[in-house]
Design a protein around this ligand. Structure first.
Ligand SMILES: [Zn+2]
Length: 474
């Protein structure tokens, strides 16, 4: 039997504008409760919302980056529903005339590149936050009320948890490149809801769509989709259908749990927001925004491959974020060895960045420092292994490599006479190893090289030592 999973995503992304969408209150994460809100945020009687033009600009920027059509005319609508964190009793959103339509995001799959189509991107305001205390009480923080959002809705083009994860990673990367959102899931600035159902392709029947809400990581999205796929297949096998319901992912139990059963489509009684008149978007403005879009990650990736002659894999890793790509290019500028730079960044640098859970922007040394380190190795002034040690000191103390090498006396010993003396001493002390080597035990050579390195505290030129030992023992 053959089953196909069908997934559509709805992504909410908070925009990094300085002020909120309808008032001058600051957009900022954290801060004391209810310190970043005003009568407009709270929709008090007599207040009038004024649309922040930057929000439209950010929405258009996202639309262009995702290949959407930008509306010539658009409007805001009221979405009416009651919830404690929505103090006005309605949310200002967009209904039938969204800012951006169509568009797509490309992902790499085993079968090649796949386009995940977007239905729309619209702008709206965020709600406040309910904080439930241990004693059963609820507190409300309206700092988030009126923070601008874009909602991105996909066609059901995604067919697995893995594809959903790849899609979200590309989407996040682009949103960060164009600097419209910081996409911090842990701070709620990127949120994802998932709609899943399964088709039994032999019988041509499909299950009712289940919605999984409030997923807090891309991994959780992938796991929830895989879990729902299996649940829907089990239902199909039993001749049953899924119920129209909203579920949530439980990270501890590794399963989805029912939140509420949906009773038909909620009636939000949408109507045009009377306090904000219709908006016309001028072609000139769209063109100006398009002209100022930065180079997007997939284009940068292709350019890295052709300009620096590095493998596609390297280019993909290095262009994952704009900051990392900038750091790579800056390092190459000073070192002129693009592949070597890629190896150091993808290896020791990123490993440490990940271990310390920091961003590349937070490094205590500069791109030029890294280039200097690589140059020291290429010029034979320090060995690769010493280079790794120097990098560790650069991470910890933020010193440049020349200073570290000088302070710790790490310059490589390339002097033949000096090395000769040490190699002879090591050979004198290890007659058994010479015999082993001559009996074909290659490990003995490694041991002897190690002894020389130890005697020089890692400073001997390992290639030279290797060659000398072989010559002396033959
Ligand atoms: Zn306000």
């Amino acid at each position: 039997m053959s089953y196909k999973t069908i997934v559509g995503l709805e992504i909410h992304s908070e925009l990094m504008t300085e002020s909120k969408v309808f008032c001058d209150c600051k957009v900022e994460f954290g801060g004391d409760s209810n310190t970043n809100c005003c009568p407009i945020c709270l929709g008090l009687p007599g207040t009038l919302p004024v649309l922040n033009k930057r929000v439209l600009e950010f929405g258009i920027r996202a639309g262009l980056a995702f290949n959407c059509n930008i509306a010539k005319e658009t409007k805001m609508d009221r979405k009416n529903y009651f919830y404690p964190d929505l103090v006005k009793g309605y949310q200002i959103s967009q209904y039938d005339m969204p800012l951006c339509e169509k568009g797509y995001v490309e992902i790499d799959t085993e079968e090649g590149t796949k386009k995940v189509r977007l239905i729309r991107i619209h702008i709206e305001e965020d709600t406040g936050k309910s904080i439930h205390s241990n004693d059963g009480g609820s507190l409300l923080d309206y700092n988030r009320s009126g923070v601008p959002l874009i909602e991105i809705v996909t066609e059901p083009d995604i067919n697995s948890g893995e594809e959903a994860q790849a899609f979200l990673e590309n989407l996040k990367s682009i949103l960060k490149y164009i600097e419209v959102s910081d996409c911090k899931m842990e701070e709620g600035s990127l949120r994802c809801d998932v709609n899943v159902n399964v088709i039994d392709e032999d019988k041509d029947i499909k299950t009712t769509v289940t919605e999984v809400k409030n997923l807090n990581s891309f991994k959780a999205v992938a796991k929830a989709i895989d879990y729902e796929t299996n649940r829907h297949i089990a239902l199909l096998k039993a001749g049953k259908d899924a119920i129209r319901e909203t579920r949530r992912w439980d990270d501890m139990k590794n399963e989805t749990i029912v939140m509420r059963v949906k009773e038909g489509v909620a009636d939000y009684r949408y109507f045009p927001e009377p306090d904000i008149v219709g908006m016309e978007i001028e072609d000139n403005w769209i063109k100006e925004i398009r002209d100022n879009l930065p180079e997007l990650p997939h284009i940068k990736k292709d350019r890295f491959v052709s300009e620096y002659d590095i493998p596609v894999y390297d280019a993909k890793v290095l262009t994952a974020t704009k900051a990392l790509a900038d750091f790579y290019e800056e390092t190459v500028k000073y070192s002129k060895d693009p592949k070597q730079v890629s190896n150091w960044i993808m290896g020791d640098v990123l490993r440490r960045v990940k271990d310390e859970d920091i961003d590349i922007e937070d490094l205590r040394f500069t791109a030029k420092d890294l280039a200097d380190l690589i140059n020291l190795i290429n010029e034979g002034k320090i060995s690769n292994n010493i280079g790794k040690k120097v990098l560790r000191t650069m991470f910890e103390e933020g010193k440049d490599p020349n200073t570290v090498v000088k302070e710790k006396g790490l310059i490589q010993i390339n002097d033949e006479d000096e090395l000769n003396k040490i190699v002879d001493e090591v050979l004198d002390k290890n007659p058994q190893s010479i015999e082993d080597y001559n009996n074909g035990k290659d490990r003995a050579l490694g041991f002897l090289v190690g002894q020389v390195m130890k005697a020089t505290r890692g400073k001997a030129n390992p290639q030279m030592v290797n060659k000398m030992l072989r010559e002396k023992m033959s």
